[in-house]
Write a protein that binds this ligand. Structure first.
Ligand SMILES: Cc1ncc(COP(=O)(O)O)c(C=O)c1O
Length: 438
């Protein structure tokens, strides 16, 4: 149940080397000079911070931006984002610990208002409210284990996006045992979201959330659970969306549906979490228009006191990262040319598993042992493969390069999201890709 966009058209030519910032080139050449074949992710935290600033600045005051840590959990990137986001979205205990230690510091007036507006009447909740404001963290993800739920409740996170009735029961039981009421949003799998024109989302069976027709029954059951403070709803139904109009229509739908449902079912609505899903443009695609999204979002009117929370991952960090790997070998086979690099899908799985065409640049490295012939491919189309014993280990096909030699470094921009985190580093047991902050 996500907006499906076609994979980008295959690139004709590799990027010129000057698309790589000079600082990045210097760092990679420095790594290459150390003698160990390069395989590394490099991140520029300032680029991620700029994306967060742009998005927050475009959005109305009732909107909050929580960075989805799963997209890139490198501590340096999370720390760089912390001053520019309202909080984090986490999906595991490790992400929770990281988010709690990073502590977002962006000015967030709406958050404080929402935190003190809880209608929680129980004495335990009143006691909890007397303590400081909740941690600026929301948690989502199917099949949350009881120990993870307990950690979330003890951390007093802003909201746990509950995925099922059983999860609500578990949260309530843990919260009662802890002497608190846990703030919860119900994750909904909508039946149908008209976004723009003929485009619709939703209505697809999935393991995520509660199917829309089942929501009233689940809310009735939740109302009887003493450990819950049901603050609103969560929908995460978009993915890789480059259409600002469609995303604003999606946000509007989430707010209006939540308002209607809360009224009909007696929920004291305080939070509408619209999930992530803002896309990043690859080859030949038109980038997401943040300013237009902000303008259209500003026309939505959530009820007073209701915060709307966005959980972008990819959008904030995709272009802050590069994946770089040394060409261990270059060769031809029956007329086709190959560049074999130190770390293919074991380090950078995204291009193959999500069908994204990730173009590359070739960074020339001049150091080469004098006593060894240096193979080179010039002015030809190459396929870039890795070091695994499977033809699946292919990152890019048929891209024209001016020249690539064994020992040069192949660099993939836009590798900051779902790169290192999404890879299967242990398959075959090669050394794991390094991570560096510029
Ligand atoms: C619940 C939830 N929120 C946010 C995100 C981030 O999505 P994106 O990186 O597309 O913005 C995800 C991604 O899987 C998710 O599952």
């Amino acid at each position: 149940m996500s907006v499906q966009f076609p994979p980008s058209a295959a690139p004709r030519s590799a990027y010129p080397v000057d698309v790589l910032p000079a600082r990045l080139r210097r760092l990679l050449l420095h790594l290459a000079s150390a003698g160990t074949p390069v395989s590394a992710y490099v991140y520029d935290g300032e680029v991620a911070a700029e994306r967060a600033r742009e998005l927050r600045a475009a959005l109305p005051g009732w909107a909050a931006v929580h960075y989805a840590v799963k997209a890139n959990s490198f501590p340096g990137v999370v720390a760089a984002l912390a001053p520019h986001v309202d909080g984090f979205e986490v999906a595991s205990r490790a992400e929770l610990d990281l988010a709690l230690s990073a502590r977002p510091t962006a000015d967030r007036p709406g958050r404080e208002a929402a935190a003190t507006r809880s209608s929680a009447p129980a004495p335990v909740a009143a006691a909890a409210m007397r303590r400081s404001a909740p941690a600026p963290v929301v948690a989502a993800g199917p099949a949350k284990s009881p120990p993870f739920l307990a950690a979330l409740i003890r951390a007093r996170v802003e909201a746990i996006n509950a995925e099922s009735l059983l999860e609500l029961h578990r949260i309530s039981a843990i919260a009662v045992a802890e002497g608190v009421r846990a703030r919860v949003t119900l994750r909904v799998n909508p039946a149908s979201i008209p976004v723009t024109g003929s485009l619709r989302m939703g209505g697809v069976p999935s393991q995520f959330g509660v199917a829309e027709p089942d929501v009233p029954d689940v809310l009735r059951a939740a109302a009887r659970l003493p450990g819950l403070d049901l603050v609103g709803f969560h929908v995460h139904a978009a993915s890789g969306n480059l259409d600002a109009d469609a995303h604003a229509a999606y946000l509007r739908w989430c707010v209006e549906w939540s308002t209607r449902t809360a009224r009909a079912c007696g929920v004291d609505l305080r939070l509408v979490d619209v999930g992530g899903g803002i896309g990043v443009a690859f080859e030949g695609e038109k980038p997401f228009d943040v300013a237009r999204f902000g303008e259209l979002a500003a026309q939505v009117e959530p009820p007073p006191g209701v915060r709307v929370l966005l959980e972008p991952g990819r959008y904030l960090v995709a272009d802050c990262g590069w994946y770089a790997a040394e060409a261990i070998d270059v060769k031809t086979s029956y007329g086709a040319s190959y560049v074999l690099i130190r770390g293919g899908i074991n380090h950078f799985q995204l291009p193959t598993s999500w069908d994204i065409v990730h173009n590359m640049a070739v960074l020339p490295v001049e150091d080469w042992p004098e006593d060894c012939p240096r193979p080179a491919l010039t002015d030809t189309e190459v396929t870039v493969t890795g070091e695994l014993c499977t033809p699946e280990d292919t990152l890019l096909r048929d891209v024209r390069v001016d020249r690539v030699r064994a020992g040069d470094i192949v660099v993939f921009p836009y590798a900051g999201s779902y790169g290192w985190e999404f890879a299967m580093h242990r398959f075959l047991g090669h050394p794991v890709a390094e991570r560096h902050l510029l």
